[in-house]
Design a protein around this ligand. Structure first.
Ligand code: PMP
Length: 398
């Protein structure tokens, strides 16, 4: 039997689904994937850093030695040897020990944001975020319809003393201490200590989202806040920027009571993260591979960052300012107040250059004269050409 249905089906979407919006960056990426466009828009790591040979070898080994486990369903909390490796790597000398039971493997740390929203946010719950903040977190939390409160930030990141006036009743504070997406800025050690103390005093759960922490150009990353107070901090890590994002592997570390809830939420979402992927990643990293691999990523990104900073100095007109990141993948540009970055983008795309306007990164009042540049996937010569083009467009409007 064939059902004749000349009319389009009338869906009744949930209120939640009706309010969902596509991430602005994902929309821009569709346009900017054309090869002739010089795109500073993506947040993608450089494919030149992907450890293809090591991954191939590890897949082969895992499938040769342990196929029956690797290809089977696995536990929701994740592959224990990998969770143990993560717990050990976060347990610093002198700090409190983190145990494997506190680690939940997730399908990209983006999933941790969704799970946190599911278990901590009710409609109208207060959620504190940096100004500006990671767009993907705003998008993930938005589904649960919180009231976002933007917390003051300065060139050193979040200002802890501004929390007293907004913390009452808040469900969490979402922070990005290292080479923040989108601004590239980093919190000083003193700031981290002050923030941890302030959150403990205010009984405010602190989320430390840290996908870029290992990518410090100069070497040793700053101390993680989770090591300062594992009882009050929810740490999120990811293999996307130190191995490859295509494997979709991240983790969340939290006090046990919260981990159990997150695990239930994950069970409902996808049962568990690919066991095969977790075993392969463990195989790749278990003997110190990251200590050898990460310096090459730092060096590549550091060189390209410097190339962009030099080009900005050469080509951008007076009245424009930008951050000088010491790691990570992004530079944040502030234009003269009257220049709207969204309008600038339309012109830039006509000239075959793309970036991400800053407005979508703000939970509340957007600063429309800001924009984010990524330098990691564009070779130096094209960085110079692209920044020269942008500089000209800005100068015409300055
Ligand atoms: N947090 C931040 C700050 C990010 O920039 C990203 C990726 N762009 C994520 C989380 C998600 O990363 P993944 O899901 O690939 O681990």
């Amino acid at each position: 039997m064939k059902i004749e249905n000349p009319n389009p089906f009338q869906w009744h979407f949930s209120e939640r689904a009706s309010q969902m919006q596509s991430s602005f960056i994902r929309e821009i990426l569709k346009v900017t994937q054309q090869p002739e466009i010089i795109s500073f828009a993506g947040g993608l790591p450089s494919p030149a850093t992907f450890p293809v040979a090591e991954m191939k070898q590890a897949f082969d080994k895992v499938l040769s030695d342990s196929a029956k486990v690797a290809l089977q369903y696995g536990p929701t909390d994740g592959y224990l040897p990998l969770r143990q490796w993560i717990a050990d790597s976060l347990s610093v000398n002198g700090g409190r020990k983190i145990v494997a039971e506190q680690v939940l493997m997730v399908s990209g740390s983006q999933q941790a944001l969704d799970l946190l929203g599911k278990v901590l946010i009710d409609e109208g719950s207060k959620v504190l975020v940096e100004t500006p903040s990671y767009l993907g977190a705003l998008q993930a939390f938005s589904v649960y319809r919180p009231e976002f409160v933007s917390v003051d930030t300065d060139e050193n990141g979040l200002v802890p003393s501004s929390l007293d006036k907004v913390a009452a009743g808040a469900r969490l504070l979402y922070s990005l201490p290292n080479f923040q997406n989108p601004t590239g800025r980093t919190m000083s050690i003193a700031r981290r200590q002050e923030l941890v103390e302030t959150c403990a005093r205010l009984n405010l759960p602190l989320v430390e989202d840290d996908p870029y922490g290992a990518l410090s150009y100069k070497g040793d990353p700053l101390p993680k806040m989770v090591a300062m107070n594992p009882d009050g901090i929810i740490y999120m890590g990811s293999f996307s920027k130190v191995l490859t994002p295509g494997i979709r592997l991240g983790y969340v570390v939290a006090p046990l009571a919260l981990i159990r809830r997150l695990e239930l939420a994950k069970q409902a979402a996808d049962l568990h993260t690919s066991q095969l992927t977790q075993m392969v990643v463990h195989e790749v990293i278990k003997d110190g591979f990251l200590d050898r691999h990460i310096p090459s990523i730092r060096s590549l990104y550091g060189t390209q960052c410097q190339c962009m900073l030099d080009a900005l100095t050469e080509f951008f007109p007076a009245g424009v300012s930008w951050t000088r990141p010491e790691g990570g993948m992004f530079i944040w540009v502030t234009l003269p107040k009257h220049i709207n970055a969204m309008e600038l983008l339309e012109e830039a795309i006509k000239q075959k250059v793309a970036f991400v306007p800053g407005a979508p990164f703000y939970a509340n009042e957007p600063e429309t004269n800001t924009l984010r540049l990524s330098f990691v996937t564009v070779p130096p010569e094209r960085i110079r050409t692209g920044i020269a083009t942008l500089g000209k467009l800005i100068a015409e409007r300055a």
